[in-house]
Design a protein around this ligand. Structure first.
Ligand code: HEM
Length: 335
């Protein structure tokens, strides 16, 4: 026979079970909450820790250069960057991820960030990566990616089940992961292609608008470290290699615009457009010197700082980047 006490106990157990279910649901929500500028930076810190460097692209080097646009660029955009006059550029090359001591012989993306200082006082800021796609299509997806990789306090390693659950919910992680796995490690910051991954809207002087993505292509070609040499390769070499290269040979990249055709997605940085889309060389970037940290540490390369003639697209990552770069900058400069 059940006593009142027993029933109460059963009721309490049922309530606890219900509570347990709710807790379990809350814990397994992927991502744990909608992404915003702050929790995205928290997510990066969860994976890489807190330090005085950038929360992503933490290991890197500042450089200086010059960009000269051309008529083909001016045909796509009225931005003064394509006027043909040299424009000074502040650059930063980096290793992907938020580890300031990341081994430079490791697989993963490299970054090329730039601030073009235009004659009319405008600026064009960008941060590009050495892969045609970003990690995730949406801020929520990127937050899920980061949360799944946060090391478990007990094992100090990410939980493979969480990584698998996030990947199952966001199949858009796949293109970049496959690309990184099959692509070599760059032998130089100056010898690898860099992509915008996002589409931007370009308007020319006649008012014609079209979407384009850009790519920086090293004039002397790409160079990779052979996979079987990676284990014995120096872990830190990119800054000295760049200094040496710049002092000996011109380090130049073509800026190539890939023009969209009707139907090409403009809101998804994990989808590359077909390779047969028209490409135009819009100008050339020359890297002239590796500079002191102070030359670029005060800059966050917010990709929505754009000159007249270039606008953002409907890609939801762009606004998330603008916010989280500011949060990261505030935190690192406060250190
Ligand atoms: C929601 C998506 C993204 C988030 C939350 C995010 C977050 C961040 C943060 C917090 C920083 C450090 C900013 C600073 O302290 O100045 C950073 C740097 C960087 N990001 Fe992103 N990022 C996102 C998407 C992308 C995409 C799509 C690309 C490439 C196309 C990219 C490329 C880079 C590069 C190259 C850097 C280093 C820039 C530098 O040298 O200062 N990120 N990112």
């Amino acid at each position: 026979m059940r006593t009142a006490h027993g029933l109460a106990a059963v009721a309490t157990m049922a309530a606890l079970a219900a509570l347990g279910t709710q807790t379990a649901v809350a814990q397994t929500a992927i991502p744990s909450e909608p992404a915003n500028a702050v929790n995205l930076v928290d997510g990066l810190e969860g994976v890489f820790g807190t330090h005085a460097a950038r929360r992503s692209g933490a290991r890197g080097v500042c450089a200086a250069g010059e960009f000269v646009g051309n008529k083909a660029g001016a045909a796509v955009s009225k931005a003064s960057v394509f006027s043909g006059k040299p424009v000074p550029v502040i650059l930063r090359f980096s290793v992907g991820g938020g580890n300031p001591n990341a081994p430079e012989s490791g697989k993963g993306v490299r970054g090329l960030a730039a601030q073009f200082d235009l004659p009319n006082g405008e600026q064009w800021l960008m941060a590009n990566i050495s892969a045609p796609f970003f990690t995730a299509a949406t801020p929520d997806g990127f937050l899920a990616f980061l949360e799944a990789r946060k090391p478990d306090p007990a094992t100090k390693k990410p939980d493979p089940a969480k990584i698998a659950a996030a990947a199952a919910k966001y199949p858009d992680f796949k293109p970049q992961m496959e690309w990184v796995a099959k692509t070599g490690v760059p032998a130089s910051y100056a010898a690898v292609n860099y992509w915008s991954t996002h589409a931007f809207k370009f308007t020319n002087a006649a008012g014609k608008t079209q979407f384009a993505k850009w790519m920086f292509v090293p004039v002397t070609g790409q160079e990779f470290i052979a996979d079987d040499k990676l284990a014995t390769h120096a872990k830190v070499f990119l800054e000295d290699e760049l200094k040496g290269r710049v002092s000996q040979i011109p380090v130049e990249f073509d800026m190539v615009l890939q023009l969209a055709q009707a139907g090409d997605p403009t809101d998804n940085a994990t989808v590359a457009w077909p390779d047969d889309r028209k490409k135009v060389v819009a100008g050339r970037l020359k890297v002239s010197a590796v500079t002191d940290k102070a030359a670029c540490d005060g800059i966050n390369f917010n990709p929505l700082v754009l000159p007249t003639g270039i606008e953002g697209s409907d890609d939801p990552l762009l606004a998330a980047r603008a916010g989280s770069y500011a949060v990261s900058q505030a935190r690192r400069l406060a250190k």
